[in-house]
Design a protein around this ligand. Structure first.
Ligand code: UDP
Length: 444
């Protein structure tokens, strides 16, 4: 594909959050294995660990935005203030590599809409990677219609109702609290899709065929559906936090399918009340548990000092609490029988791929859509209906790990895992779609 010493560069621009950085780097490894050279243009905020990817070039871009606020606010600030610094760094990179090398394209996270103009100005093709799934994107695209019909803002009385044209989603699953803040973002999202030459999806046809087909009716550019990316590429570490591998030795001492693994991902926060209810729910279930509590994720505390003393005495060795786990390894461990998850898309895919059923406790954004699909479409999840409440948690853990109902859900999860394995094998849909993406990039 490239002459000795010459590079065919693909520039990756991840959105600076764990759940976005991971699939972007995995896509980079997939393309690198096909002969492309990879440069990662990244913010200093949450910058990826370059030493884990020695084959890539890392291009830090000066941050011009505030790191305060929730992820949506940070991404909005990044989009509003990052065009110039990115433009300058990428132009310098391209200039330096002229005339021998070529930059084939820029692949950016779908949430980074300021890059539309950058790619136009640099006269280079662009592709977007959707790190969320198709069903969430479909729900987003339906929001203006629901708003025009007066169905949004959602009334308390309609929260449980099914959303017209978006079944099986209920109004409570729709990812919007304020249409005004979302409107501009949605318009830019549509523009991003219009100006890019393709959309890459980290999902599988077999999971989302209907949503993908519906989206494709409106989007002109081709879709490349090449997930789950973590199964397409050999394992590579993409963690921003240090993984505590000691929990694997703890898992080694537990009975098969007995452990509930608990993690709410990289951005969710909780209050002290929720922490205490979670703790007693786990303790009262009498099942072993591996619980990730991110430092700072409990408001008003550093780490686990707000856990009741009695809880710590009572659980002894039955519980293992870590700051950050090697999650994919944990989910693949035979001792893990269930995942109590916030249902981020990466966690959802990782659980599906290991045949681990899920207790769904979504917090915000796409998580509610993912939870709904886990429980009703793929049939491998139990939804927690309320704020953290110890009795409900205890019952959900027992339903999944002890009761007959849990065995049936696990059987479905294993069946789904086996079906997903076919997608990434030679000749499978994701395998073929990756090759088609390579051809697409080479055609520029
Ligand atoms: N993760 C991890 N260790 C943990 C918790 C999470 O490695 O202790 C990883 C997990 O494997 C997943 C990512 O962090 O790849 C979280 O992404 P997801 O989309 O599930 O949720 P987000 O963090 O974006 O809310």
């Amino acid at each position: 594909m490239q002459k000795q010493g010459r590079h065919n560069w693909v520039v990756l621009v991840p959105c600076p959050f764990q759940g976005h950085i991971t699939p972007m780097l995995q896509l980079g490894h997939a393309l690198h294995s096909k002969g492309f050279s990879i440069v990662v243009a990244h913010t200093k905020f949450n910058s990826p660990n370059s030493s884990n990817h020695p084959d890539f070039v890392f291009l830090p871009i000066p941050d011009n935005f505030s790191h305060q606020g929730n992820p949506f606010e940070i991404i909005t600030a990044l989009n509003a203030n990052s065009k110039e610094p990115f433009m300058e760094c990428l132009a310098q990179f391209m200039e330096k590599h002229k005339p021998d090398d070529r930059v084939s394209c820029i692949i950016s996270d779908i949430a980074l809409n300021f890059l539309d103009d950058v790619t136009k100005d640099l006269n280079v093709q662009s592709i977007v990677l959707s790190t969320n799934n198709a069903s969430f994107n479909l729900a987003l695209s339906g929001i203006p219609r629901l708003h025009a019909q007066g169905l949004i803002p959602v009334q308390d009385s309609t929260l449980q109702d099914l959303v017209p044209e978006l079944h099986p989603l209920r109004f409570k699953d729709i990812p919007v609290s304020s249409f005004a803040t979302l409107e501009e973002f949605l318009e830019k999202l549509r523009k991003s899709k219009r100006s890019s030459s393709a959309v890459v999806w980290n999902t599988m046809e077999l999971l989302e065929q209907r949503s993908l087909a519906q989206l494709q009716q409106h989007d002109q550019c081709p879709f490349f559906i090449i997930g789950p990316l973590h199964k397409i590429v050999p394992s590579c570490s993409t963690s921003l936090l240090k993984e505590e591998s000691s929990c694997i030795s703890w898992l080694d001492n537990q009975a098969p399918n007995s452990v509930i693994y608990v993690s709410l991902g990289s951005t969710a926060f909780m209050d002290e009340k929720a922490l205490v209810e979670m703790a007693w729910g786990l303790a009262n279930s009498h099942q072993p548990f591996l619980w990730v509590i991110r430092p700072g994720s409990v408001r008003g505390s550093q780490w686990i000092e707000l856990l009741p003393e009695k809880f710590t005495e009572q659980i002894g060795d039955r519980g293992c609490i870590v700051k950050w786990a090697p999650q994919k390894e944990v989910l693949a461990h035979k001792a893990v029988g269930g995942f109590w998850s916030h249902c981020g898309w990466n966690s959802t895919l990782e659980s599906i791929c290991e045949g681990v059923p899920v207790i769904c406790w979504p917090c915000f954004g796409d998580q509610k859509v993912n939870a709904r699909y886990l429980s009703t479409v793929w049939g491998i999840g139990l939804e927690l209906e309320h704020e953290a409440e110890r009795g409900e948690i205890e019952r959900a853990v027992k339903r999944l790990l002890v009761d007959k109902e849990g065995k049936e859900i696990r059987r479905r999860a294993i069946e789904l895992k086996e079906r997903t394995e076919v997608s990434t094998r030679e000749g499978g849909s994701s395998f073929n779609s990756l090759n088609a993406l390579v051809e697409h990039i080479l055609s520029f």
